[in-house]
Ligand binder design. Structure first.
Ligand code: C5P
Length: 301
């Protein structure tokens, strides 16, 4: 029995793709992917209150996060996540959702997907559904390609359309993993994921070495090796189409990042730095008019 007025708060983590290989186009129109995804310490805060009324959502945002990019509330991934859970499990309750957004919208950092994943996990607890994570990941895949990875959490290998997700290190996760510091910058441009994928015409992949080199750099926390191993098959398309994104990447490189990569399908770019102090030094060199944030990758498991 769900009691009205129960409240829980969830931090929904943004993600970066340290590698994103596009392996081909599928018959269903999507693309076959292989990607290493890691959550980072930039979060949206979700507050869920159980009600007897219909599900409704309100939003607030940090300065620099443009809520006008959100689109109609009814189509929002977070609201759709709540409704799908409600329907699938015949829940006789509603939820009041409030999201405080810090993750740039449409920025390739999985903000919408992170919120949807947070809602799925949060309502599983709030409504005492006790559904296993695997089942919630399948449900998440109905909402978007990045959602299963964020329901799973930790460093993951994402394959297929995005629906095949497993922990990057399987049964042998590193006992200690310092992770990486990085500076994320967003030029305030919206890149349409669908348009970017549509322009993909095949390209170079370096075979299994991309995956192998990045996962061993994460295992050993070797940031220089990780900087060498960064790969995003969508990057040439986005840099060619959106000058502002390429320029933002150049600013991160000039400010001293060890390696710079487009995040997902953009428009955010991130630069790996040696440590927190190096990240602060890089941040000081960036124009204060450019939205940027210094973050750390979350634990691998
Ligand atoms: O699944 P999601 O809604 O996040 O995907 C947005 C768009 O990105 C899809 O409509 C599709 O055009 C493209 N996409 C793709 N292959 C993937 C993931 C996304 O072509 N694996």
């Amino acid at each position: 029995m769900v009691s009205a007025g129960s409240v829980i708060t969830i931090e929904a983590f943004a993600k970066i793709n340290l590698t994103l290989e596009i392996l081909g186009k599928r018959l269903d129109g999507y693309h076959e992917l292989r990607s290493i995804v890691m959550p980072v310490s930039l979060t949206d805060t979700i507050t869920l209150t159980s009600t007897y009324a219909q599900t409704a959502m309100t939003l607030t945002a940090n300065p620099g996060v443009n809520l006008s990019h959100i689109g109609p509330i009814d189509k929002n991934l977070a609201v759709r996540a709540a409704r799908i859970i409600q329907e699938r499990y015949h829940v006789n309750a509603g939820a009041r959702i409030h999201i405080h957004k810090r993750i740039p919208i449409g920025g390739g950092l999985g903000g919408g997907s992170a919120d949807a994943a947070g809602i799925i996990l949060g309502l599983n607890t709030l409504w005492q559904l006790n559904r296993p994570c695997d089942e919630l990941m399948v449900l998440g895949a109905e909402l978007g390609s990045d959602v299963p990875a964020l329901v799973h959490g930790g460093a993951v290998l994402m394959e297929g359309r995005g629906e095949r997700v497993c922990g990057l290190f399987g049964d042998t996760p590193p006992t200690e993993c310092a992770g990486f510091w990085l500076v994320i910058a967003n030029p305030g441009i919206m890149c349409s994921t669908a348009d970017v994928f549509k322009k993909w015409r095949g390209g170079l992949t370096a075979g299994p070495s991309i995956l192998h080199n990045m996962s061993s750099s994460i295992r050993t926390s070797d940031v220089s090796a990780a900087a060498e191993a960064l790969h995003n098959g969508l990057q040439p398309i986005v840099y060619a189409e959106y000058h502002g994104v390429a320029q933002t990447a150049a600013h991160l490189r000039e400010a001293g990042c060890l390696g710079v990569l487009l995040s997902g399908s953009g428009a955010s770019v991130f630069g790996l730095v040696r440590d927190e102090a190096h990240g602060q030094e890089v941040s000081r060199k960036l124009d204060s008019g450019l939205w940027h944030v210094l973050v750390h990758t979350c634990p691998v498991v």
